[in-house]
Design a protein around this ligand. Structure first.
Ligand SMILES: C[S@@+](CC[C@H](N)C(=O)[O-])C[C@H]1O[C@@H](n2cnc3c(N)ncnc32)[C@H](O)[C@@H]1O
Length: 272
């Protein structure tokens, strides 16, 4: 199995939108869990948005590009809290419709819009954004580093990039090896170690200036997603069939049990 094309990724997100609502909620990314047993999925996913937001250091009036914007929830939260404007892109047309509806309902339609676009081929001029952010979308891209170079191109000098992404993590001095996860061993999910990640940011002309390994806080998301998936078994099997249901559940558990699949928040700056 190789990586699916961007078109296939978008098609999958839209065809499973109802299921994703039940599994993940408005934010289509991992949670950062505080350890409180009563914490909701929404609380935890919102906390991860807020952690990346704190690293981004947005200022009122900044213009943001959100790469892989999902249902628009993270960009709407950012725009509401920090008085910024911007554009979100996703390869899934249904998400874009929802994101624009949500922005209008939040009274932000005059400064926040969402459009269908492939991040591999961004329809924006050079140096057109103060901030670029990609929260859990780069792992889908056929070439992560091409998208990072595109992000660097559209950032203005002095602008900032913030990323939330999976990475390959060494644990207790053992060499990082995530091959126990099918999606990794099949090549459908490509992970690199943090040093390589930061080298690639530098190669794109950016200066990495923040890195936070949040794996311990995000890891419970896999188990919680597996629980919610099992609870939604009937609807899930209706959408994807019993065989794919079992495969997906197995994969959630593999990720949950594999400490080499880490989650990192990274920031970088384009030199002024
Ligand atoms: C895991 S979701 C994260 C969504 C959102 N950032 C959030 O945190 O709620 C991944 C997102 O990346 C988008 N995506 C995947 N491949 C893409 C591509 N080639 N171009 C643009 N968006 C893409 C998907 O459509 C989806 O919106």
């Amino acid at each position: 199995m190789t990586k699916p094309t961007p078109f296939k990724v978008g098609e999958a997100y839209d065809s499973f939108a109802d299921l994703l609502d039940q599994l993940w909620g408005a934010n289509l990314h991992h949670g950062f869990w505080s350890g409180d047993p009563d914490e909701s999925f929404d609380d935890a996913t919102t906390r991860l948005t807020d952690k990346l937001t704190a690293l981004l250091a947005a200022k009122p009036g900044d213009r943001l590009l959100d790469i892989g914007c999902g249902n628009g929830e993270p960009a709407i939260r950012l725009a509401t809290a920090h008085g910024i404007s911007g554009v979100g892109i996703s390869i899934a047309p249904g998400q874009i419709d929802r994101a624009n509806e949500r922005a209008a309902a939040a009274g932000l339609a005059d400064r926040l819009s969402f459009q269908v676009a492939d991040a591999m081929d961004m329809p924006f001029p050079d140096e057109s954004f103060d901030l670029v952010w990609a929260l859990e979308s780069l792992h889908h891209m056929p070439d992560r580093w091409h998208v990072v170079r595109e992000a660097a191109r559209v950032l203005r000098p002095g602008g900032r990039l913030a990323l939330g992404d999976f990475f390959l993590r060494s644990v207790d001095g053992r060499p990082a090896d995530a091959s126990s996860c099918e999606l990794v061993s099949m090549g459908a999910l490509k992970l690199v170690e943090l040093d390589e990640y930061q080298d690639q940011l530098r190669a794109a002309g950016l200066e990495p200036d923040g890195v936070e390994d949040v794996s311990d806080g995000t890891r419970p998301s896999w188990g919680k997603a597996a629980e919610r998936f099992e609870a939604a078994r009937e609807a899930a099997e209706h959408h994807i069939g019993p065989e794919q249901f079992q495969t997906t559940l197995r994969r959630f558990r593999q990720f949950s049990d594999e400490p080499s699949v880490g989650y990192v928040l990274l920031t970088a700056r384009k030199p002024a």
